[in-house]
Design a protein around this ligand. Structure first.
Ligand code: NAD
Ligand code: USQ
Length: 396
């Protein structure tokens, strides 16, 4: 199948692209390299040294991988080029990773809030409108987030895969049952853009019958996959800084350099997790099992386990001897929450979950130790505050 991978140079997109090529698909990576430019603006680099996209593709050819094409295009701005590209290349499917994905970055300033909304919402809408204009039947697999459901108000209920069964009371006292999109409760401007994406999908699926799979992904941890380990030039990025680093990879990297683990608040926040190797597998499964014509948007919860942040810190500490530092929380989020998630769709498609206990925590610590000299400790603290209340608390 011919697949466009939008955002194929990023943390999830790069290993996904090589995995799809490895499995015989024709891959075209489309990326405007904005993530690399944000690193320059933030004066931080991936902990692992990553080569340019040109070097990556050359290395992939040299290890005998099925050749991939690269096109530098901004999906949120270059609409006409996108339409032309669709008509010229006629992809069967498009995986859409091309969004600004960091919650702390999205909350840094009014400028980063506006950039995140403009980039993410326009990008997704341009893609949908371009598919309609092209007249082609293209399946979209979009990377959404578990964060669309929100954290804190589920009161022990299991989070379903996208749709919630509700009973609607009628004036005559009867009730009817309906399945609605699960109510959205975003916790940052970034997460809010993903809830807006969901409505765009609902509409274009209803009006234009575009076939869409929306993957509500949890926090991705790990770095490399079997395919990116084939050559050092294929190495994936590893974000550790206070804006882009995510919690588990940060804890593992902090342990590697003996930096006290940065738990926000009491660490009672529970989140969903998935290893990068499972993430690429899930995207492949979603692509190979598309919705049928006329089917509503398929929504999968792309996660394998839930953990409390404080418990994760304790686990990493007992594995490595690291200290734990409980810090004022820069985010406006529930102090504690439960999280029970239905993830049967992927399990039924054959996913065999990788868990924290599979020895891969140590693998990440080893990667971080190897590149510890590239770490700029000044970039570790999370200084992006959600409101002025949190800003004051983290200053003290
Ligand atoms: P990333 O920032 O590493 O990758 C995103 C890629 O998209 C980058 O290469 C960037 O240059 C590109 N991009 C951004 N805007 C673009 C535009 N307008 N036009 C073209 N290219 C553009 O992020 P990631 O961690 O790989 O995440 C990929 C997707 O998965 C995101 O949509 C994110 O919301 C979602 N996701 C990520 C995680 C995670 O833990 N990393 C978890 C859940 C969901
Ligand atoms: N946290 C700490 N210490 C840290 C970093 C984070 O305690 O050093 C806490 C945060 O306060 C938060 C939790 O850990 O409660 C998760 O934070 P995170 O940065 O790991 O994850 P998040 O901001 O939610 O975003 C990441 C990705 C995003 C994706 C999301 C999936 O960056 O693209 O959508 O995970 S989910 O969390 O399931 O919504």
């Amino acid at each position: 199948m011919k697949v466009f991978v939008l955002g194929g140079d990023g943390f999830c997109g790069w290993p996904c692209s090589v995995n799809l090529a490895d499995n015989g698909h024709d891959v075209v990576i489309i990326d405007n390299l904005s993530r690399r430019k944000i690193d320059i603006d933030l004066e931080v680099e991936s902990l692992t040294p990553i080569t340019s996209i040109g070097e990556r593709l050359k290395a992939w050819d040299e290890v005998g991988g099925k050749p991939m094409k690269f096109i530098n295009l901004d999906v949120s701005k270059e609409y006409q080029r996108l339409v032309e590209l669709l008509i010229e290349e006629k992809p069967d499917s498009i995986v859409h990773f091309a969004e600004q994905r960091a919650a702390p970055y999205s909350m840094k300033s009014s400028s980063t809030k506006r950039y995140t909304v403009d980039n993410n919402v326009n990008g997704t809408h341009n893609l949908l409108a371009a598919i309609v204009e092209s007249g082609l039947d293209i399946h979209i697999v979009h990377l959404g987030t578990m964060g669309v459901y929100g954290y804190g108000s589920h009161r022990g209920a299991t989070i379903p895969e996208g749709y919630l069964k509700v009973e609607v009371p009628q004036p005559d006292g009867t009730r009817f049952e309906e399945e609605i999109l699960h109510p959205a409760s975003p916790g940052s401007v970034y997460h809010m853009t993903k809830t807006l994406d969901q409505l765009l999908f609902l509409y274009y699926n209803k009006n234009d019958r575009i076939r869409i799979t929306d993957l509500h992904q949890g926090i991705v941890w790990g770095t490399n996959t079997e395919a990116t380990l084939k050559d050092p030039r294929l190495t994936n990025r590893f974000d550790y800084d206070g804006d882009y680093g995510t919690v588990l990879n940060r804890f593992l990297m902090q342990a590697a350099i003996q930096y006290p683990l940065t738990v926000h608040g009491t660490g009672g926040q529970t989140r969903a997790f998935i290893h990068i190797r499972d993430s690429v597998k899930c995207v492949q499964l979603a692509l190979e099992n598309p919705p049928s014509q006329g089917e509503r948007v398929k929504i999968f919860n792309q996660m394998t386990e839930s953990h409390q942040v404080g418990e994760l810190a304790k686990k990493v500490a007992s594995l490595t001897g690291a200290e734990i530092n409980y810090l004022p929380n820069p985010r406006n989020e529930a102090v504690e929450n439960d999280l029970i998630v239905d993830n049967r769709c992927f399990i039924e498609l054959g996913l065999k979950p990788t868990t924290l206990d599979d020895g891969l925590l140590t693998e990440v610590v080893d990667v971080a130790r190897r590149w510890s000299n590239r770490c700029d400790k000044k970039r570790i603290p999370c200084i992006s505050a959600w409101t002025s209340t949190q800003a004051k608390a983290i200053k003290n």
